[in-house]
Design a protein around this ligand. Structure first.
Ligand code: ADP
Ligand code: MG
Length: 529
């Protein structure tokens, strides 16, 4: 399964966007609710205002009817007097009629009619309306109904004498009043529907400014009292009362919030990405710097080492040269002394002479190492027989008392192609080291035998041995663990073996002993000794 790693900066930017969009959403919802409730409050306020205005208008109408009824009563319910007072008190409208009706008869009989002519008696709803008015004293009563092909509203008011009632009938075209609230009128931003009843019922609709009734959407209603009846006014707004800006604030905040969120998200993304990039760059540069410093330190160390080695090399060369000649003279003198003592039988002095010879041998080895180290030279190779060379070395460096040397050369071996002097230096170093590792005595075993591609030489002692750490350093120049050592023997030895195309290795265990193994390529077959 592969997992996709989303970078931290991208996550952070995403969080920024989500947080801001959430805030904007909540804010815009709050704004929308506040705007809606304000809009409704304003609408309700308008509905109540219209209700009040209508109540005012109705009371005028009621007063007119009451006045006509009062005049008629004063005139003794005389039809002629009714007609005269009605003509002055009530403005005639086209299609409307004002009637003096007698509800004492069944059906109701129209005594006198002003305006558009009506049949002599009232029928259906008009009859019912007039009878209802008679029962309610001094209160106007209304009814909306169809009269033949016309839609009408009837208003009735009891005269107070006998069964007489003033009845007005007006033709009704609810949408004809539309212009009343249009244009620059006070309520032009509203759609209004007026019902001659307590509910929004189409049959009782008196006027409307909209083709659509009942009104849809957010509607506010207010009821108003007209005589004995409750009328209802319903309104809604054609454009928001709180204004378009407030209505759209919801979208403004939401869209604005989203835009700001995206902008900030992008900004955060780029800033954080740049920061991450910069940090990565700093890390990389720091690592490079550390690396360079480590290399510089190493180089510095090497330079110091080289300088030190060069200085020591020069010194070694000087000392080696100066000592070589006197050591040669002393060796010759010893040879003569030994010959003289042997002739005269001075055996007691021979011990001292042997000691002096051994010390001179050690000094010669040191001088050899010094010179080899200071001025290494290319091997001048000739075929060398290792058995003879070993004889010679053991002559030069005879084992001290308590130490035995076992030679295992039974397998025999062909000569190696080597620089004789240098190879002798190698053997001297390995064997004297073995002696020095066994201060309390022990055995040195030297093995010489053929190996695949060459000759193998092993020098093993039963001495103090070394730990791993020491063994790893023995071939370094000037590494020594001896009080009087100079630490050049094995360094020179390794250099010589390397120059011959061979190899040297050491295995050792503390308290058990040490084995140095040297591999040398074999001499060309048939080469003359
Ligand atoms: P030096 O003999 O002057 O100390 P070398 O280069 O010959 O210098 O040897 C380096 C060191 O290696 C010695 O001081 C010693 O600690 C260790 N060493 C060499 N050969 C042996 C050995 N046969 N047994 C134990 N330690 C050895
Ligand atoms: Mg040594």
């Amino acid at each position: 399964m592969t997992s996709i790693r989303i970078p931290t900066y991208r996550l952070a930017a995403f969080v920024v966007v989500v947080v801001i969009v959430s805030i904007a959403s909540v804010g815009s919802l709050l704004i929308r609710n506040a705007v809606r409730s304000e809009e409704h409050r304003l609408l309700q306020e308008r509905a109540s205002e219209i209700g009040l205005i209508l109540t005012e208008a109705f009371s005028g109408l009621q007063t007119q009817m009451a006045t006509v009824a009062g005049e008629t009563q004063l005139n003794g319910a005389d039809a002629r007097a009714f007609m005269a007072s009605t003509a002055t008190l009530i403005t005639a409208q086209p299609g409307s009629s004002t009637v003096l009706a007698d509800a004492g008869t069944d059906p109701v009989r129209f005594v006198a009619v002003i305006g558009t002519a009506l049949p002599p008696t009232a029928v259906g709803p008009a009859d019912a309306l007039i009878r209802r008015a008679l029962n309610l004293r001094a209160e106007i009563t209304t009814s909306v109904f169809d009269e033949g092909s016309a839609h009408v509203i009837g208003l009735a008011y009891p005269v107070g004498v006998g069964g007489l009632v003033i009845y007005r009938q007006l033709p009704l075209d609810p949408s004809a009043a539309g212009s009343a609230t249009s244009g620059s009128q006070p309520f032009h931003e509203l759609t209004v529907a007026l019902y001659a009843g307590p509910t929004q019922e189409k049959a009782t609709l008196i006027l409307t400014t909209s083709g659509q009734v009942p009104l849809r959407g957010s509607v506010a209603v207010a009821s108003t009292t007209f005589g004995a009846d409750q009328w209802l006014v319903a309104i809604n707004a054609t454009s928001p009362l709180v204004g378009n800006f407030a209505t759209n604030a919801f979208w403004l905040v939401l869209v604005g919030g989203v835009v700001v969120a995206l902008a900030l998200g992008a900004l955060a993304d780029s800033l954080l990405r740049r920061r991450e990039h910069t940090l990565a760059l700093v890390d990389q540069r720091t690592a490079e710097l550390r690396d360079s410093m480590a290399k510089l330190e190493l180089a510095q160390e090497q330079v110091l080492r080289q300088a030190r080695l060069a200085a020591i090399g020069e010194l070694a060369a000087g000392v080696g040269h100066e000592l070589r000649n006197p050591l040669g003279v002393i060796t010759n003198a010893h040879y003569l002394l030994r010959a003289g003592f042997e002739q005269q039988g001075g055996n007691g002095l021979m011990r001292h002479l042997a000691l002096a010879e051994r010390e001179v041998g050690a000094a010669t080895l040191i001088v050899g190492d010094l010179l080899d180290f200071a001025g290494p030279r290319e091997p001048v190779t000739t075929p060398v027989g290792l058995h003879e060379l070993l004889d010679e070395v053991l002559d030069l460096a005879a084992p001290p008392s308590g130490i035995t040397v076992d030679r295992d050369e039974s397998a025999g071996c062909s000569p190696v192609l080597a620089d004789r002097d240098q190879l002798r230096q190698v053997l001297l170093n390995l064997i004297t080291n073995a002696y020095e590792a066994m201060p309390g005595g022990g055995a040195v075993t030297v093995v010489v035998r053929e190996a695949p591609g060459g000759v193998e030489l092993q020098v093993t002692d039963s001495g103090v041995g070394m730990d791993q750490e020491t063994a790893a350093q023995v071939f370094q120049p000037f590494f020594t663990r001896k009080a009087r050592g100079i630490g050049l023997g094995l360094a020179v030895t390794k250099r010589i073996i390397d120059a011959h195309g061979g190899g040297i290795s050491v295995t050792s265990a503390p308290g058990v002993g040490t084995t140095f193994r040297v591999d040398l390529p074999a001499a060309v077959v048939g080469a003359a000794p």
